[in-house]
Design a protein around this ligand. Structure first.
Ligand code: NAI
Length: 332
């Protein structure tokens, strides 16, 4: 029986990178039946909402989705579909591996760590209100339940992937109650594992990651810090075109690259599909299609060593999105 998977192309560069990934997965030997549904601004007219119930229902039924980025209006308009999906499906762990590959021009070599970001609360709870005409308040929610859960997830991931250290990052020197609780939970959970643990204040963490990313293995963070550190870390390994991701809950998962819909390059065959392809590889491993995952990964590694076969955002790259995907298929 093929695995049934919900495919959400998204908007901006979403469809370009998602269909490039789908083509590669379809030729990898993985047995997948795709259920294609969309969300975001492109469905607003038809459904009067950017997140139709049928999308949520499809993911709940199939338990796994591959999703492209979806544009969120800045300052006004509907709330982020991405955040809403994570909250509605309780996809509490956002996993963002940061890995440098041979052949790709990067700021550092031998980088291999994973950001584990709390995905349901913090400042992304979206609880904001006006205070009179000249002030606004945004409420940051940190709970013991979510902090314990994400810390445990980070240690379990470290155990499964044979990683040596978990680093919790926070700003508990200033937000003594909220980040203080996050840190206390991480410290308490650490006692149950024989894995090294340390905590680093998030501003110092940013500097340390830029200077010595090889010192890190698993980085666990509240929602906002995890988001900011992931884009920054993508910059260490070739940019947002190189950073895959997964949103994981209990028995349900939505796989999506770290990057957004990149309206500046959308529709121009310029998007780098590698983050989405690597996201697809994560998904294949999650559903047990290990042979297909390894086949794609090894094809990618062969292509990475031929600089002119990369997309133009990477040093030396000459190819468009479609031509890159075709090259990966030829190397499989
Ligand atoms: P972005 O990640 O879309 O783009 C930032 C910069 O990186 C741009 O210069 C873009 O061209 C480049 N870039 C991103 N992905 C690339 C790729 N695959 N290949 C080559 N270059 C790439 O971030 P931005 O511009 O801040 O956000 C655009 C929209 O995306 C916003 O509406 C935002 O809310 C949304 N967004 C959606 C996400 C999601 O669906 N999960 C995540 C992040 C942002």
């Amino acid at each position: 029986m093929p695995n049934k998977i919900t495919l959400i192309p998204g908007d901006g560069i979403g469809p370009e990178v998602v269909y490039a990934t789908k083509d590669i997965i379809d030729k990898s030997g993985a047995e997948i039946e795709w259920e294609i549904l969309n969300a975001g601004i492109c469905v607003m007219d038809e459904y009067n909402t950017p997140l139709p119930d049928k999308v949520i229902d499809s993911i709940k039924k199939n338990k796994v989705a591959l999703k492209g980025p979806i544009t969120t209006p800045v300052g006004t308009g509907f709330r982020s579909v991405n955040v809403a999906l994570r909250q509605k499906l309780n996809l509490y762990a956002n996993i963002r591996p940061i890995k440098s590959y041979e052949g790709i021009n990067t700021l550092h070599k031998n980088v291999d760590f994973v950001i584990v970001r709390e995905n349901t609360e913090g400042l992304y709870a979206g609880i904001e209100h006006r205070v009179g005409d000249e002030a606004c308040e945004s409420i940051k929610i940190i709970t013991k339940k979510a902090s314990d859960r994400i810390a445990k997830f980070a240690f379990e991931l470290a155990k499964k992937e044979n990683r040596k250290k978990v680093t919790a990052t926070h700003k508990a020197n200033i937000m003594k109650l909220s980040d203080g609780l996050f840190l206390k939970c991480a410290k308490d959970v650490a006692k149950d594992y024989e894995i090294d643990f340390e905590d680093v204040i998030v501003d110092a963490m940013s500097m340390k990651l830029v200077m010595n990313p090889q010192n890190y293995d698993v980085v666990v963070a509240p929602n906002l810090y995890g988001d900011v550190l992931s884009d920054m870390s993508a910059g260490l390994i070739g940019g947002l075109g190189m950073a895959p991701g997964a949103n994981i809950g209990d028995n349900i998962a939505v796989f999506e690259p770290v990057h957004g819909s990149a309206p500046d390059i959308a529709g121009k065959n310029l998007a780098n599909p590698i983050s989405c392809i690597l996201t697809g590889v994560m998904m294949l491993k999650y559903i047990g299609e290990n042979d297909a995952a390894l086949k794609i990964e090894s094809a990618l590694e062969k292509v990475f060593k031929q600089k002119d076969k990369l997309t133009k955002d990477l040093v030396g790259g000459l190819l468009g999105t479609k031509e890159f995907a075709q090259t990966v298929i030829e190397h499989m």
